[in-house]
Design a protein around this ligand. Structure first.
Ligand code: SF4
Ligand code: SF4
Ligand code: FES
Length: 290
């Protein structure tokens, strides 16, 4: 039986051949591209400088693939941060030809367009850790400052859960898009307000504050209001939406901030977005299992 099931998944030889051919095409060198790379180690360099390396690139090669070849074969000292290589961890965001992008999700030829130079530098609005790696210390402090976790007044249920909290699909939809944030920093890097106010909480942290404030499982609305309703909080955002324009996950932090402003104004008139969700009683859970 097991071998019959396995047989169903064997690709027909012509499909296999076509797949191999397409893969070979994707990785065949097609063009020479010059990489202009920012180099700076604040611990020992007096000033930043640029270095150039030339590579034969293929249609499938990403900017991160190219950087790893350069690091492995041409400049072992190159500082570049990455982890998942599939657009999920947020580590490899950098300025690629002047725009905030994920190096692992951007093909070299797509970045080069009709030109033959790809310029790489660390994210704007961030201090430099080394070369292409930005220092995320302040970014993560801002994220943490908005308390990005579920706050409950009923600590007993939170710490000793008797069942999952009830939440409808519509309630989930209120904050769903913001859960896709991978904390890559692209939005903060593109934000003109963050460029002039280093203490501005920024699009990522403010959108996350909103995400938790409208989550029906959360009870922390009034705990977070004094954090976001400040001179460096949501009112500094002037809704240019450059943050949303560069988000590689399609999150719209600019929208989150405008919704947050609306929530703060409504709260001044006594509005509360929800009653804290109750836990599903253990009895209901048991019935559902049967
Ligand atoms: S909102 Fe988008 S751009 Fe900003 S940190 Fe999250 S994933 Fe990155
Ligand atoms: S919409 Fe607000 S947070 Fe986004 S880039 Fe503009 S000022 Fe910055
Ligand atoms: S390496 Fe994880 S997002 Fe690029």
């Amino acid at each position: 039986m097991a071998s019959e099931e396995a047989k169903e998944y064997v690709l027909p030889p012509e499909v296999l051949e076509e797949t191999m051919r397409a893969s070979e095409e994707l990785w065949k060198p097609v063009r020479k591209i010059k990489f202009r790379i920012y180099k700076y180690n604040p611990k020992k360099d007096y000033a930043p400088h640029w270095e150039e390396h030339e590579l034969e690139v293929s249609r499938g090669m990403t900017v991160l693939d190219a950087l790893l070849i350069i690091k492995g074969e041409m400049d072992h000292s190159l500082g570049v941060r990455y982890s998942c290589r599939m657009g999920l961890c947020g580590s490899c965001a950098m300025m690629i030809n002047g725009k905030q992008m994920l190096a692992c999700q951007t093909r070299v030829l797509e970045a080069a367009g009709n030109g033959d130079v790809v310029e790489l530098r660390p994210l704007d609005n961030f201090p430099v850790e080394r070369d292409l790696a930005a220092d995320f210390t302040s970014f993560f402090e801002k994220h943490k400052s908005v308390k990005p976790w579920i706050i409950r007044n009923d600590d007993i249920e939170l710490n000793n859960p008797t069942g999952p909290y009830k939440q409808t699909v519509d309630e989930y939809a209120r904050y769903y898009q913001f859960t896709d944030c991978i904390k890559c920093g692209a939005c903060l890097s593109a934000c003109p307000t963050a460029a002039t106010d280093y203490e501005y909480l920024g699009p990522q942290a403010l959108a996350q504050a909103y995400r938790y404030m409208v989550d029906t499982r959360d009870d922390g609305l009034d705990v977070r209001i004094p954090i976001v309703d400040t001179e460096h909080g949501c009112w500094r955002c002037h809704f240019a939406a450059s943050c949303s324009d560069v988000c590689p996950r399609g999150v719209d932090p600019a929208q989150g901030i405008q919704l947050l402003k609306r929530l703060l104004i409504k709260r001044k008139f006594g509005y509360k977005p929800h009653k804290p969700a109750e836990a599903l009683p253990a009895k209901v859970k048991a019935e559902k299992k049967e």
